[in-house]
Design a protein around this ligand. Structure first.
Ligand code: C2E
Ligand code: MG
Ligand code: MG
Length: 325
């Protein structure tokens, strides 16, 4: 009986997906189907529907035009997500997030020229939660906007403390996620920090990913231009892992390109990797951009990157992300 049910779901998806012609136009519908089965997945209509709904969202998340069958693992995952989200909200209120700083080194002089601000979350009950786990969820739920704001403010405050202690000024690079960028509040925040004297011009760098800026050229250019006018350096993070159009990148006011660590790790290991990294460096220079390599772990990687003219570097070879002190 279950087999027949799944076949029906599959054929339903197929039939609904077929194009329909209406008034000379071809119209497409993309169905996502969630299945729950009585009595295992629920004893009453309400529960069955709720579980089918959960399965449907899973179908959507899997790229749509498919069906998914409810499982108790789905419910557990959903509950975990809710818990994590609630914990993030609490931690934001109680200031339980922290920022660690990873040095960025000029490969010519060997000097530390900047630091990347990396978010750290030590949740009282769950312990240390990795950004790879909570950042995507923060993006999904929109919490990344207030969290990202907080990071910018924390970074500015830290810079002030360093300045007050008479330490040389280093630029702080903060990661700005797509959602935070598009929401547009970053410009306002930076303007405010500058106006209140909490940030000095040229001391902030913003890292955006290719996919974040590859959406709407006019709007992206406007936002980036506004940031640049405020003296913010703009870097494309994780270069090479997303989709970018070179024609498009050239039109944007981007000053730096950060080669993704997956390429750096393959230097001297994977065939062709060296040539690829070299060419990314040349390409960035041809577009008038500074090049940073992230994830440098060995002296050999460093030596080659220096030989290829890479401008700056960051990675465990120099230092991990550290507490401000
Ligand atoms: P990312 O911006 O590409 O940051 C680089 C990541 O590589 C960091 O991981 C860093 O600790 C790690 N890393 C640095 N050097 C090395 C190395 O030599 N070897 C290896 N294996 N790894 C190295 P982390 O801190 O876990 O952050 C992961 C990602 O989370 C970041 O990737 C960034 O996309 C995101 N993230 C972190 N903080 C923030 C934030 O404040 N806001 C937003 N929107 N995203 C953040
Ligand atoms: Mg980054
Ligand atoms: Mg990166």
């Amino acid at each position: 009986r279950l087999g027949i049910g799944y076949n029906r779901a599959a054929s339903l998806v197929e039939r609904v997906s077929a194009p329909v012609t209406a008034a000379g136009h071809e119209l497409y519908v993309t169905p996502s189907v969630g299945v729950s089965i009585f009595p295992n997945d629920g004893q009453d209509v309400h529960t069955l529907l709720r579980h089918a709904d959960m399965a449907m969202y899973q179908a959507k998340a899997s790229g749509r035009r498919c069906y998914r069958v409810f499982s108790s693992a789905m419910e557990r995952a959903a509950a975990e997500k809710l818990e994590l989200e609630a914990a993030m909200r609490r931690s934001l209120e109680r200031e339980e997030f922290m920022v660690h700083y990873q040095p960025q080194v000029c490969l010519n002089s060997g000097r530390v020229v900047g630091v990347e601000a990396l978010l750290r979350w030590n949740q009282p009950q769950m312990g240390f939660v990795l950004p790879g786990r909570f950042i995507p969820l923060a993006e999904d739920t929109g919490l990344i906007v207030p969290i990202g704001e907080w990071v910018l403010q924390a970074a500015a405050a830290q810079q002030q403390r360093w300045r007050a202690r008479g330490l040389p000024q280093v630029r702080i690079a903060a990661n700005v996620s797509a959602r935070q960028f598009w929401q547009g509040a970053v410009v306002g925040t930076v303007r405010q920090l500058l106006a209140r004297g909490l940030l000095s011009r040229g001391s902030l760098e913003i890292e955006v990913t290719e996919s974040a800026v590859m959406r709407d050229v006019a709007q992206t250019a406007r936002l980036l231009e506004a940031l640049r006018e405020l003296g913010v350096v703009i870097t494309v993070d994780d270069f090479g892992t997303g989709y970018s159009s070179l024609a498009y990148l050239r039109q944007l006011p981007l000053q730096k390109l950060k080669i993704d660590q997956s390429f750096v790790h393959e230097i001297g290991v994977a065939p062709g990797a060296d040539r690829l990294v070299r060419q990314i460096i040349d390409l960035a220079h041809a577009m008038g951009m500074t090049v940073v390599s992230e994830g440098i772990e060995s002296a050999e990687q460093l030596r080659l990157l220096q030989a290829w003219g890479c401008d700056e570097g960051q990675g465990h070879y120099f230092a991990r992300a550290l507490r401000a002190e």
